[in-house]
Design a binder for this molecule. Structure first.
Ligand code: UFG
Length: 326
């Protein structure tokens, strides 16, 4: 396939570029490098440009005949979206409008969209399937839901079909150790734990001990970035075979509390780093665990790397490389 990947210099996007090329696909990346890294990409794939500049999109889509677009570009921090909602509506919503307008004009037929479990808000069920009502509780989640809705409307009006992939907690790193998670600032659990283990941070703080979960800390569903990448290619295959516009949860199906992930990080690194207890982080739902049965049934997706130990081992190899530990 000939694929355009927006946001391909970011964490999941850069893994996607490597994964797709390793399976023989041709890849072009459109990224403004606002949060991504040029050195996360092979040479010759990057077109530097912004989704807020329609001419950048037009020129990119005119540069090749793409079979489909995988759309990662956007802002991703829930907390920041509470403080700066208009940044999120601009970058995520207007950016997606511009991209879809370009796709319609260039007659691109398929989009795989980076959505999020954040579209569900705080569901009252133990395991979330795609029929669960969408009720986002922050601007980030609302922009993802608006993206899904715009895509559904474009399918009807323009025959542009799409798969919205609702990621639970993307984690881990390239199994070969060349790529990993790099956010600035880092807000995600596993990299923060491992930065405490490597000594890049003095300690790790658990956000809240009084959630209604077995040990009082939040439960999440961690899915390996390499498994996520596989799902994107399967979703594109599904669309190219005539599959209808729909959404898929991407999660491992297993929930781990913050305290459990902390214990696993200490066990795997062999380092007993300092831990503090802090207050709850605003907007954190107690529990988010996916049903992955729709992606398994419809796409044939199988998780290969999403055991919590494998995720932490790969992330730890990357952290050691970053800090020169080995
Ligand atoms: N946590 C801590 N200490 C930290 C960092 C995180 O205890 O220093 C906790 C969080 O409070 C949360 C859990 O670890 O309970 C996981 O936090 P992350 O920030 O790693 O991930 P989130 O579940 O908050 O966010 C993820 C994605 C978002 C998405 C969201 C959907 O990163 O993009 O799921 O709810 F929107």
């Amino acid at each position: 396939m000939n694929l355009l990947i927006t946001g391909g210099a970011g964490y999941i996007g850069s893994h996607m570029v490597k994964f797709a090329r390793s399976r023989g696909h041709t890849v072009t990346v459109l990224d403004n490098l606002s949060t991504g890294f040029r050195d996360a990409l092979p040479t010759g794939v990057l077109l530097e440009g912004s989704l807020l500049v329609p001419e950048d999109i037009r020129a990119t889509l005119a540069s090749s005949r793409f079979d489909g677009v995988i759309h990662f570009a956007g802002s991703i921090q829930v907390g920041e979206s509470m403080r700066l909602p208009l940044k999120y509506y601009t970058e995520n919503t207007i950016g997606t409008i511009n991209l879809l307008a370009g796709c319609v004009e260039a007659e691109v037929k398929h989009v795989v969209f980076s959505s999020s479990a954040a579209v569900y808000g705080q569901p009252m069920v133990d395991v979330i399937d795609e029929s669960c009502p969408t009720a986002p509780i922050n601007p980030y989640g609302r922009t993802k839901l608006i993206g899904e809705q715009m895509l559904a409307d474009c399918a009807v009006a323009h025959g542009l079909t799409s798969a919205s992939l609702r990621y639970f907690n993307a984690a881990g790193a390239d199994p070969a150790g060349e790529l990993g998670e790099r956010h600035d600032p880092e807000t995600h659990l596993i990299p923060l734990l491992l930065q405490a283990a490597s000594g890049r941070r003095k300690s790790f703080t658990i956000n809240g001990d009084n959630f209604p979960t077995p040990d009082g800390t939040c439960v999440r569903d961690y899915v390996h970035v390499w498994d996520l990448c596989a799902a994107h290619l399967l979703a594109m295959d599904y669309l190219m075979a005539g599959g209808a516009t729909t959404a898929f949860n991407l999660g491992s199906g297993a929930g781990f509390s913050v305290a459990e992930v902390l214990a696993a990080a200490k066990r795997i690194t062999g380092i007993d780093f300092p831990v503090e207890w802090g207050p709850r982080r605003e907007g954190d739902p107690a529990r988010l665990v996916a049903s992955r049965s729709k992606a398994e049934r419809v796409l044939g997706w199988r998780c290969e790397y999403s055991q919590i130990e494998t995720i932490i081992e790969h992330a730890w190899a990357w952290e050691r490389k970053q800090t020169g530990l080995g």
